[in-house]
Design a protein around this ligand. Structure first.
Ligand code: WQD
Length: 332
């Protein structure tokens, strides 16, 4: 079985390619390298001992997509490619709407032309907006609090309408919580451009002395220790969730939506202290004001993914902290 992975040299995409290859799938990647490096292809091949077919280009380019489908008999598509920085989306919404929406629409149109209607879409817990009740369930009301989240919500609706118009499509929508960690080999991991927006890449740069200290955005939330609580999931567990989704639509037909998290929330201070303990290294930090748009707590109800996908996160918060740092040490 051959899987086209859009954004396959990215953080989650590359880990998913490894899990697919390890389970005997053939992998084709399209990536414009706007937020990743070509060398990740050879790292994926080194980790798995398998070859990957790579196409440099943009998912908005329908002619390139047609070339890929002409040259490869694609059975499934996993669609990661898209911009994903919340702050950047607020500053440049048109760039986010144009890229994230158009790439998805063009991809689906070409898939239809080649009668390939099996799609796994990378969505986000951000579509739940400000949680009114926890843990978050897939049938909770949806809202977006920023243009990035809006694009994810719009694409979910586009895919639901697509399925309603033609239920020969088989679609899985995966809502990620907070992916962190890296492959145990230390060969692939998270490589944010510039100053990281997200917590773990920032912690790693402070531990690695690339940044002087971590700013903890608020310790006056109504949480275990006043700092923000999130559902951190190891990127390898997340990748396995994508393989299970392919297997799901290979067996059952329809459209399915799942949370991919651990079901457990950790606070910023708990993550910082775990990181220091596991890696035996200090992480300097200071408490500053809350970041606008942040919520106090967010974590997943994972029952549906467990029952219907057989998904259960295996890796611990210690694994996530150890693997995140190992990747940086390995790639100094
Ligand atoms: C986690 C916690 C911060 C940085 C975002 C996107 C979401 C998804 C995952 C794509 C919060 C605190 C952070 C820092 C801090 N991305 N923090 N200092 O905001 O939960 O989710 O990334 O799908 O869509 O919204 O993740 O890692 O930015 O923040 O104190 O320098 O760490 O306040 O409590 P977030 P995050």
């Amino acid at each position: 079985m051959k899987v086209l992975v859009t954004g396959g040299t990215g953080y989650i995409g590359s880990h998913t390619c490894c899990e697919l290859l390890d389970r005997g799938y053939e992998v084709v990647i399209i990536d414009n390298l706007s937020n990743s490096k070509k060398e990740v292809v050879s790292k994926i091949e080194q980790i798995t001992g398998k070859k990957v077919k790579f196409y440099l280009g943009d998912v908005r380019d329908k002619e390139l997509l047609r070339k890929i489908f002409k040259e490869n008999e694609i059975n499934f598509v996993i669609h990661f490619a898209g911009y994903k920085a919340v702050g950047e989306s607020v500053l440049n919404p048109l760039m986010y709407y144009e890229n994230n929406l158009l790439s998805t629409i063009n991809l689906c149109e070409v898939m239809k032309e080649f009668d390939c209607k099996n799609l796994v879409f990378s969505s986000s817990a951000t579509v739940y907006g400000i949680p009114k009740k926890l843990p978050l369930k897939e049938d909770f009301s949806l809202a977006a609090t920023n243009p990035y989240g809006q694009t994810k919500l719009m694409i979910e609706n586009i895919l639901k309408d697509l399925y309603a118009s033609d239920n020969s499509w088989n679609i899985v929508i995966l809502r990620y919580f907070n992916p962190i960690g890296a492959h145990a080999s230390g060969l692939i991991g998270e490589e944010p451009n510039g100053i990281p927006n997200n917590l773990m890449p920032y912690i790693v740069k402070v531990a690695n002395k690339e940044l002087p200290f971590l700013n903890i955005f608020g310790n006056d939330y109504d949480t275990v220790d006043g700092t923000g609580v999130r559902d951190y999931i190891h990127v390898v567990d997340l990748a396995i969730g994508h393989v299970l989704s392919i297997e799901k639509i290979n067996k059952d037909k329809g459209i399915f939506i799942y949370n991919l998290g651990t079901g457990h929330g950790y606070s910023v201070l708990e993550l910082v202290n775990t990181f220091s303990k596991v890696n035996n290294i200090e992480v300097n930090y200071r408490i500053v004001d809350r970041r606008p748009g942040d919520v106090a707590e967010c974590y997943a109800d994972t029952k549906k993914a467990t029952i219907e996908l057989g998904f259960k996160a295996q890796k611990t918060i210690d694994d996530m902290c150890r693997d995140s740092y190992k990747y940086v040490i390995n790639n100094k």
